[in-house]
Design a protein around this ligand. Structure first.
Ligand SMILES: Cc1cc2nc3c(=O)[nH]c(=O)nc-3n(C[C@H](O)[C@H](O)[C@H](O)COP(=O)(O)O)c2cc1C
Length: 179
């Protein structure tokens, strides 16, 4: 499978980076091709709802990092969303990219894809990631993408927290399990 990892964390050595590394290690070990798009390293603009993409043949008015991401998205069999929890949702960097899917909704909804969520948060309440997870599931439902699973790492404020947890191992197993 062609796996596209969309990394929505600004931290290169943070908690979700370790989940991402272990997941890709597992997926690569069973022969998948992995491409990673680091949202925070790209020049990207938030959707302004101008509807240029709907009213012209020229797509989004912004010709930015999405020009790199769009063909990767089109070719991906599986899209992996990697995000820290920011105020009970995905990072604004990740949300910005997903909003930009709007310019290609029809194509994205008609292409058969699978999806995975890798997320981490600091608090330990069992419900902390519920809204983010539900949001992810609704996105999958809308796009007609099949959810292949998630790692929801609760109580992981720091890199040290997650290094001392079982979540990296679970992320590797999830990567290995993809078919
Ligand atoms: C702006 C911001 C908002 C956050 N909001 C939450 C939150 O609502 N709940 C929570 O448990 N942790 C929250 N956190 C903590 C992060 O989710 C947590 O430290 C995560 O492991 C960071 O992932 P990263 O190292 O991959 O960037 C927040 C952190 C930041 C910087």
């Amino acid at each position: 499978m062609n796996i596209l990892v969309i990394n929505g964390s600004p931290h290169t050595r943070g908690t979700t980076a370790l989940l991402r590394d272990k997941f890709t290690e597992g997926a690569a070990s069973v022969g998948h091709n992995i491409t990673t798009f680091h949202v925070c390293k790209e020049e990207l603009h938030p959707c302004t709802g101008c509807n240029h993409c709907r009213t012209t043949e020229n797509g989004c008015i912004y010709k930015d990092g999405m020009e790199t991401l769009n063909p990767l998205l089109k070719n991906a069999d599986c899209v992996v969303f990697v995000t820290p929890l920011y105020y009970f949702g995905m990072s604004s960097q990740m949300k910005m990219v997903i909003d930009r899917f709007y310019a290609n909704n029809t194509a994205l909804r008609s292409l058969k894809k699978k999806a995975v969520l890798l997320a981490a948060c600091g608090d330990t309440d069992s419900w902390t990631l519920d809204a983010l997870y539900q949001h992810y599931l609704n996105i999958c439902q809308y796009l007609h993408w099949e959810d292949l699973g998630s790692i929801q790492a609760i109580g992981m404020y720091t890199r040290e927290d997650i290094e001392n947890s079982d979540y990296p191992k679970a992320a590797k197993i999830l990567g290995q399990s993809l078919v």
